[in-house]
Design a protein. Structure first.
Length: 170
């Protein structure tokens, strides 16, 4: 536990699915850590109660809002459509899922843990093996992925990758 600043978690950010047991465990074991909830998990549950493309778009605007003021504007828009949707999101503690409230000085601005889910899915079979075998399979997976991504990138006739170029144009 010395890795996380004397057991208290000062300076680290933890991103989880927001499971009640996890929320309590982090509060107890790492009270100084910034604990964020995965926005994808929040919207998945939100969409079970509040349907419509407008809610999805507004939710992601609230998630990506960079200031408290812009967050409040979006939340008021949600409230004008459905007060219960507004209350549902407020009850999920926006300080844990909106960039508007993330602590300054963090090197991570992630709002969802899709990368770790994808990685875990890709190495699922390796995770059931003895530690050395597991690590070797993960090492090979990562090396092959880096190599294949590099080959794909070399095919581009661009200085800027297509995903960033698309964002730049919009």
């Amino acid at each position: 536990m010395y890795d996380i600043n004397g057991d208290l978690g000062a300076g680290i950010t933890i991103l989880s699915d927001g499971h009640k047991g996890l929320l309590e465990a982090v509060k107890e074991r790492c009270p100084e850590a910034e604990h964020r909830q995965c926005a994808r998990h929040i919207i998945a549950n939100f969409r079970k109660r509040f349907t419509g493309e407008h809610f999805r778009k507004l939710f992601w605007r609230a998630v990506k809002a960079s200031t408290e003021e812009s967050f409040k504007v979006v939340m008021e828009e949600i409230k004008s459509i459905d007060v219960h949707a507004y209350e549902y999101l407020k009850d999920r503690d926006p300080r844990t899922w909106s960039k508007a409230f993330f602590q300054e000085g963090r090197d991570c601005d992630a709002v969802e843990n899709g990368v770790s889910k994808s990685f875990n899915s890709a190495v699922r079979s390796a995770r059931r093996k003895p530690i050395i075998t597991m690590l070797e399979e993960i090492r090979i997976f990562v090396m092959e992925r880096i190599y294949n991504q590099r080959l794909r990138g070399m095919e581009w006739d661009l200085n800027i990758c297509p995903a960033i170029r698309k964002k730049y144009k919009t």
